[in-house]
Design a protein around this ligand. Structure first.
Ligand SMILES: Nc1ncnc2c1ncn2[C@@H]1O[C@H](COP(=O)(O)OP(=O)(O)O)[C@@H](O)[C@H]1O
Ligand SMILES: C=C(OP(=O)(O)O)C(=O)O
Ligand SMILES: [Mn+2]
Length: 545
């Protein structure tokens, strides 16, 4: 007993504990100490492999059932309770694992660019890539801020290399566990090394805390034009184009994924971006491509073993290949990433039915309807359990169901409040747009498919929203689509080949589908919306993920 204790003591003494290591130390340590699971890309970015899990594990996420937070949580399809005793046991297991590793990393940084609302977050982990990931993704404190950082407001203990205890009450026999305790102000990750769990864990925590302070948390990207009041929010579930469309050479990037909207304006929760890298090219997405350099992390990509050139088209490891970089790797990013109220809100939907128009202007009621329904599709890869294949239609309230903690109606009420505040300010109010970045001229799956709307055209639509051309066009020449009553332009705008591009019926016809087939698909989607509306009313809406 005594000997074992001494050995453990020695081992612990030998452990290196590194706080806020920085990109160089993390990259070097990953290459030296995790050589089998790390490498260096030709561009200088750290290449890291997350092992068996290459996407989020939504069914393994747990919220600790404890007072008083449990009274507020939206228990149901997304949030599953975990007994406090299981949480304590998982936390000890994770900390004990970390204490036995040769190096333990600590990252102290902020979530929330607005100092009034920011959260001091501490990450404890044993993989250098996880430490670098969160240094990139959180907001780095200055040396002065670090000196007075003190105790964190929330701690995330990531022992992802260590499996969870499958016999724990409340974990359902799974060796993966992502558990959050709002009372202990801690989260534990076991049995998954996918780095996205940490950033979405922080997002979940903010989704709990911010609405309690009358601040709306949003699954949205944001950017700003040449004047400060030209701010756009891009809402959307994974893979709908938040990161891609918000990186725009003509606008300042505020953030690509997680924001908050207070009574004074918007702010980014994060300090970095986490872009999808599948089929990435310098031509189509130059800003993101050029961010792949020393300090960035490429996750789960395949490389040429000799040249270390990345094959962005390879799906050998996963569809969900990623690149993570600090916000300032994008030229023109805004720091601090705080901005005024949005002028435009874009709901990005990746329509797998292929029946929604490429763009429509929503009335305030339609905007609320679409926000609560969150119709989109899940693209393969981002979540375990949906790793391959065609996108599938889903309804994800607030375009971010996997991260909601309170009931969806609470976020919807806050959105309504923010939108109403803009109107009573005497301004024109916020324009809300529904932009389909998914399929057109036919469905995504099945025997005969349509095609995904070319990125170039989605960019032209976004440009026309920003220049005001689209609004002007719609005010002059527009019509309303059947069933969904969506207002679409009947005249082309800059970058769009012809007016009928905006009309889904024309697109189906051009692909050789009969009007009946198109109408049937449209009706089927409307029926799904209607049944979701009932679910929204009785609080059961939202699938896991
Ligand atoms: N019309 C389109 N609009 C936006 N993205 C598109 C479009 N067509 C293809 N894509 C691809 O879809 C992916 C969108 O992913 P991303 O921007 O990372 O989504 P999100 O940030 O919302 O998860 C990118 O790989 C992009 O190249
Ligand atoms: C990282 C994720 O999201 P996004 O694709 O929206 O960046 C995710 O959902 O795990
Ligand atoms: Mn993204």
């Amino acid at each position: 007993m005594k000997l074992a204790g001494t050995l453990r003591q020695q081992q612990q003494q030998q452990q290196q504990r590194i706080v806020n290591a920085g990109a160089a130390q993390c990259t070097i340590n990953a290459l030296r100490r995790e050589a089998a699971r790390s490498s260096l890309a030709q561009s200088g970015a750290l290449v890291a492999y997350s092992g068996a899990k290459t996407g989020r594990s939504p069914t393994d996420k747990r919220i600790v059932a404890e007072m008083p937070s449990m009274k507020r949580v939206w228990w149901g399809p997304v949030n599953t309770p975990l007994p406090p005793s299981s949480f304590e046991s998982a936390l000890s297991r994770a900390r004990s694992f970390l204490s036995r590793q040769p190096v333990q990393y600590f990252v102290d940084a902020y979530a929330g660019a607005d100092a009034r609302y920011r959260l001091k977050v501490r990450i404890e982990c044993s993989r250098a890539y996880h430490a670098l990931f969160m240094q990139n993704m959180l907001i780095t404190p200055t040396a002065d801020q670090l000196a007075t950082f003190g105790d964190p407001d929330f701690t995330i203990v990531n022992a992802g290399e260590c499996p969870a205890d499958t016999s724990l009450a409340g974990v359902n026999g799974s060796s993966t566990l992502i558990a959050i305790s709002f009372e202990r102000k801690a989260a534990v990750i076991l049995g998954t090394e996918y780095a996205g769990e940490m950033k979405k864990g922080v997002f979940t925590i903010m989704h709990y805390l911010m609405p309690l302070r009358n601040v709306l948390s949003l699954h949205a990207a944001a950017n700003e034009g040449s004047t400060e009041d030209d701010v756009t929010l891009f809402f959307g579930l994974s893979g709908t184009g938040k990161t891609t469309l918000s990186a725009d050479a003509n606008r300042k990037l505020i953030g690509d994924d997680e924001h908050c909207w207070s009574k004074d304006g918007i702010f980014n929760i994060e300090g970095g971006c986490y872009a999808k890298a599948i089929d990435l090219s310098a031509e189509k997405e130059p800003e993101i491509y050029n961010a792949i350099r020393f300090g960035a992390i490429l996750e789960n990509v395949e490389m040429d073993p000799v040249t270390h050139a990345v094959d962005f088209s390879s799906r050998a490891i996963t569809e969900n290949t990623r690149v993570c970089y600090p916000l300032d790797f994008i030229p023109n990013s805004k720091s601090p990433s705080v901005a005024k109220h949005p002028k435009n809100i874009i709901f990005l939907t990746c329509d797998a039915y292929g029946v929604l128009p490429p763009v429509s202007l929503l009335s305030p009621d339609q905007a609320m309807y679409h926000f609560l329904a969150g119709y989109t599709s899940k693209v393969a890869g981002t979540e375990q359990g949906n790793l391959r294949g065609a996108p599938t239609a889903t309804f994800s309230p607030c375009f971010g169901a996997p991260f909601l903690v309170h009931p969806p109606s609470l976020y919807a009420d806050l959105l309504k409040q923010r939108l109403d505040e803009r109107k009573t300010d005497g301004g024109p109010g916020v324009r809300c747009w529904l932009v389909n970045t998914g399929w057109m001229g036919g469905p995504a799956g099945g025997e005969r498919t349509g095609k995904r709307i070319p990125l170039q055209y989605s960019r032209s639509i976004v440009d026309a929203i920003h220049s005001g051309e689209l609004l002007k066009t719609i005010e002059q020449e527009s019509c309303v689509t059947p069933f969904f009553n969506l207002r679409i332009p009947t005249k082309a705008v800059t970058g769009i080949p012809a007016a009928d591009f905006f009309d889904p019926a024309s697109a189906w016809k051009a692909e050789g589908f009969s009007e009946e087939v198109y109408t049937a698909a449209l009706r089927q989607l409307l029926d799904r919306f209607e049944s979701v509306r009932k679910d929204v009313l009785n609080g059961t809406v939202g699938t896991v993920g």
